[in-house]
Design a protein around this ligand. Structure first.
Ligand SMILES: Nc1ncnc2c1ncn2[C@@H]1O[C@H](COP(=O)(O)OP(=O)(O)OP(=O)(O)O)[C@@H](O)[C@H]1O
Ligand SMILES: [Mg+2]
Length: 508
């Protein structure tokens, strides 16, 4: 059993400090051949930092690292990204690192494009092999497409394809499924298991606790830079994991939802977008949370974007408070009090500004008629959200650039939660956010709805939709294929209504 397997990696007493933060406090970590080792912890716990030390992107203050080779474990001291690649370590970073203006294929083979005998780039080979790599992942992305045209999910998959091209022996996946839908995730898991069976060691980071029993062999929990435990996955259940991650018992994941429903706020009639949405019609009331579920590319993201003026080519009619609105530009939406938390949050932050202006950006939060930004007020608002969403470290004068991935997400989210909108469109609001802060996000959503704000809640997490939405609309190939009232549907119902296969003669 475990004794028979070879160690691929041993990290011992790894220590790292950043100004004001003890990011890693003497952490031990190891990985066997043919093992999937899950790394778990709150936003800012130190997961990415530990992996960046392994990849040579960040230097450690102290600690030792051994990597398994033919002759057994060999200690490595000066790790650089080039060196780790040569050692067979492949890393999919949390922040996407593709080159936006190059094609998918060029990104996959970056630095090592297939050549012909004469030394020229063999484009036919390049596209063919890229296509094959993507097929392995079960996706049909055009290898000739420019990366900047891809959705976040497609970029994530391209990034994985790129790392696999180097045939790593140790593969690190830092939140690879955060933007993926269930089907894509299932395919990715199949691929990961195939790699494991070939002896690859995999380090897997995710905030989706439900994934862990599906994919993990062992799990290590970090909290505040310290290793809390390393255990076989079969020995822990979700409650125990949550407790280890957040350091306390979490009473309720979801708030109690009231069912107050006011006047019709948003009415959408026959909304269509060429090739994406077909005759979508629905109404959303004040204080209502309407969930939208669909597989990747079913049109849910475009629906969200259209309502915020980002898809000006739509046809059909959109009414807000019974008034016909033309949403040709984001300003049209903002003027109507519509806010969007987009799925793709790369543009959401001003990295070199600290937390307070990033939250109050555009003075969205301020109710005063003149909307004059008051510095004290700004700090006060920031403090509230830093506390409620556990934004960590709570240092208000440092650029958000230095926050961990999940904490940056919380800042963008806070901006919309504190804004004075009457209709809020949230596309995957809990992406990359840890289990403790998620509960707080849901509570904030409930508070907004109590105040009469209408929320269109797009998510790939069925559990969240079932717990939070008053109604759920399911999109399939750009059309509404089903609508469920609160408490009416199960996850299976949602998936069945969302998938392409038409059940023969079934009632749905
Ligand atoms: N370059 C940096 N400069 C200053 N502080 C940093 C830097 N990189 C990371 N940190 C801090 O180190 C801590 C650990 O960050 P890390 O990115 O490892 O967290 P994480 O566990 O990956 O969190 P998440 O789940 O949000 O991705 C955080 O407090 C973060 O703010
Ligand atoms: Mg991280």
């Amino acid at each position: 059993m475990a004794e028979e397997r070879r160690l691929l990696l041993r990290m011992e007493q790894i220590d790292k400090r950043f100004p004001g933060v003890h990011a890693l406090d003497h952490v031990d970590f190891d990985l066997y051949e043919g093992e999937i080792h899950v790394l778990l912890g709150e936003n800012g716990a130190g997961k990415s930092t530990l992996m960046k030390i392994l990849s040579g992107a960040v230097s450690r203050d102290s600690g030792r690292i051994w990597i398994g080779g033919r002759e057994g474990l060999v200690e490595v001291s000066d790790l650089t990204p080039e060196r780790t690649r040569a050692l067979g370590i492949g890393m999919v970073y949390q922040e996407l690192s593709l080159v936006p203006y190059l094609s998918v294929a060029e990104n996959i083979f970056l630095g090592g494009l297939p050549r012909t005998r004469w030394g020229a780039v063999d484009w036919a080979q390049t596209y063919h092999r890229a296509w094959q790599r993507l097929q392995d992942l079960g996706v049909s992305i055009d290898p000739r497409a420019q990366v900047r045209e891809l959705s976040v999910a497609e970029q994530q998959l391209t990034e994985i394809a790129r790392v696999l091209e180097s045939h790593p022996r140790i593969l690190v996946l830092d939140e690879p499924t955060s933007a993926l839908s269930d089907t894509e995730r299932t395919r990715l898991f199949e691929l990961i298991r195939r790699l494991r069976d070939r002896g690859v060691g995999i380090i897997y980071i995710s905030h989706r606790l439900a994934e862990i029993p599906l994919i993990g062999d062992r799990v290590t929990v970090l909290r505040d830079g310290k290793r809390i435990a390393t255990l076989p996955v079969t020995e822990v259940d979700e409650d125990r994991l949550i407790q280890m991650v957040v350091g306390r018992k979490l009473t309720e994941q979801y708030p109690w939802r009231n069912n107050v429903r006011g006047e019709a706020l948003l009415r959408v009639e026959n909304l269509s977008l060429p090739g994406v949405l077909r005759n979508v019609s629905f109404t959303l009331h004040e204080g209502e949370i309407v969930g939208v579920f669909g597989l990747m590319g079913a049109g849910q993201n475009e629906l969200a974007r259209a309502l915020c003026g980002l898809e000006p080519r739509y046809t059909g009619r959109i009414f807000i408070a019974n008034q016909l609105i033309h949403l040709r530009h984001p300003w049209d939406a903002i003027r109507q009090g519509v806010g969007l938390l987009p799925r793709d949050r790369r543009d959401g932050l001003v990295p070199l500004l600290p937390i307070p202006p990033n939250i109050t950006l555009g003075q969205l939060c301020l109710g005063s008629p003149f909307r004059i930004l008051n510095l004290r007020q700004e700090i006060q608002i920031a403090n509230t959200y830093v506390e409620r969403l556990h934004i960590h470290p709570p240092i208000l004068n440092r650029p958000v650039f230095y926050l961990s991935g999940g904490n940056q997400q919380k800042v963008v989210l806070a901006r919309w939660l504190c804004s004075n909108v009457r209709l809020l469109v949230l596309d995957d609001p809990t992406r990359g956010i840890d289990v403790g802060a998620k509960a707080e996000v849901f509570t904030l959503m409930e508070e907004l709805s109590q105040r009469g704000v209408g929320i269109l809640f797009v998510s790939s997490e069925m559990e969240e939709l079932l717990a939070m939405a008053n109604r759920i609309l399911v999109l399939r190939q750009g059309q509404i294929s089903a609508e469920y009232q609160r408490g009416e549907a199960t996850e299976e119902d949602l998936l069945r209504s969302a998938s392409y296969e038409k059940s023969n003669g079934g009632s749905r």
